[in-house]
Ligand binder design. Structure first.
Ligand SMILES: [Fe+2]
Length: 300
């Protein structure tokens, strides 16, 4: 990377006034996005079966390696052998203990991840991009303590992510009675946000605190139809949420990528609003090397 490259002046999102943020959201939600130009829609399933199978095997290997299961088993039944404490959600962040075992993965898992990045670059996003350094792996079990933490309707933008990102949501278990994941169309997302005059924090507050409004969001959001073997790609502006699982364990992985062409032109510095205040920049949230540099040199 050329460190001498000039970085444009960017206003940090967390330093913006409410009015500035509302204006930014209004233009974000009314303009045609990179995603729409690339795929001509706001969400779609893309085939990636060999990668889904490889990830599933990796999850199984890591579960066995950590003595969380003693032998290979259908991952959809994982909740049957997990203790209550493993399944229970931490009420503050909605994360359960079982998912924390996947925060740090090893070289073998990373190799599978980088192969997937190469596949996405070659087949779907046909230009260089920054990519999430560590994918987020989620394991959701039915009948887990604090399940009422969900749903929590949001878009990643509401948590500080750049709107130019592409979201990839990859189920690693069969759909069975539903993945427990819903996504709104872009049109519904815009309409929902418009009611709050593009004040995303007001939207989030209602979506979490107001049961009727949460139900309304649920009626607008459709269950993810993505069969195991496909990845759901969606416009990062689409509002979505996990919801309590009914009968089986769902494991999924989500990653975000940001085309270099989009990153270069951003005049805002996007940063997480949560506890970690993560910066959405290379070497922070994203891998320090872009897809092409990484795939051609480091990851060869
Ligand atoms: Fe999200």
């Amino acid at each position: 990377m050329n460190t001498a490259e000039a970085t444009p002046e960017r206003l940090n999102i967390n330093e913006m006034s409410l009015e500035q943020k509302k204006l930014l959201m209004q233009s974000t939600y009314t303009e045609k996005s990179y995603f729409q130009r690339l795929f001509n829609q706001d969400q779609l399933d893309l085939p990636c079966k060999p990668h889904a199978l490889a990830f599933r095997q990796e999850i199984e290997r890591i579960l066995i390696g950590n003595n969380l299961i003693s032998h290979a088993m259908p991952l959809e039944n994982l909740h049957e052998v997990m203790s209550d404490d493993m399944r229970a959600y931490n009420f503050d962040d909605g994360v359960n203990k079982i998912s924390t075992y996947f925060y740090d993965t090893d070289a073998q898992f990373k190799a599978v991840y980088y192969r997937f990045i190469g596949f996405v670059r070659e087949n779907y996003v046909k230009e260089p991009f920054w990519f999430q350094a560590t994918p987020t792996i989620r394991i959701h079990c039915p009948d887990a303590r604090n399940s009422h933490h969900y749903p929590r309707y949001h878009s990643d933008i509401s948590y500080g992510h750049p709107p130019q990102e592409i979201n990839f949501w990859l189920p690693l278990t069969d759909i069975l009675s539903g993945h427990g994941f819903r996504v709104m169309s872009l049109e519904s997302s815009v309409n929902a946000l418009k009611k709050f005059d593009y004040d995303f924090s007001a939207f989030i507050h209602s979506a979490i605190q107001d049961k009727d409004f949460s139900k309304h969001c649920e009626s607008l959001a459709k269950p993810a139809p993505t069969e195991f073997g496909n990845v759901l790609a969606f416009d990062s502006r689409c509002i979505h949420s996990g919801e309590p699982l009914k009968k089986h364990t769902r494991i999924s992985m989500d990653i975000r990528v940001l085309p270099l062409s989009q990153y270069k032109n951003m005049d805002v510095q996007y940063q997480g609003s949560g506890r970690r205040k993560i910066i959405f920049a290379p070497g922070h949230c994203y891998h320090e090397q872009n897809s092409d540099y990484f795939l051609n040199y480091t990851g060869k």
